[in-house]
Design a protein around this ligand. Structure first.
Ligand SMILES: [Zn+2]
Length: 108
């Protein structure tokens, strides 16, 4: 079992994990509940999740076409959706997320 698992990982170091991650995130999005927004005026949103402790990490990132901005998706330490945040470089925050057609996914 261990040997087979190691061989599989050697042939496919990322794609299975990324695919499983995308499927899991997709399932979570379907049941996601927004419980908060950022107070600065940007459109960042926070989802209900179960984590009691631990930090968050970026699991997906999309550049916004024609800008130096990006949309980031965070999960908590348990792998549950935590937030979708808008990262911008201009002086004032954007008021809404861009149309999905402006997003260019970047691998993480
Ligand atoms: Zn904000």
């Amino acid at each position: 079992m261990i040997r087979a698992s190691a061989r599989d990982q050697a042939f496919c170091p990322y794609s299975d994990r990324q695919r499983l991650g995308a499927e899991r995130l997709g399932t979570q999005f379907a049941g996601a509940k927004v419980v908060g927004t950022c107070g600065c005026g940007c459109p960042s949103i926070y989802f209900a999740h179960n984590a009691k402790v631990g930090g968050v990490e970026v699991v997906a990132e999309a550049a916004i076409d024609g800008t130096d901005d990006a949309v980031l998706l965070f999960v908590n330490s348990g792998g549950d959706l935590h937030s979708m945040e808008y990262m911008w470089v201009s002086d004032s925050p954007p008021s809404e997320f861009p149309d999905v057609s402006a997003l260019k996914a970047q691998s993480r």
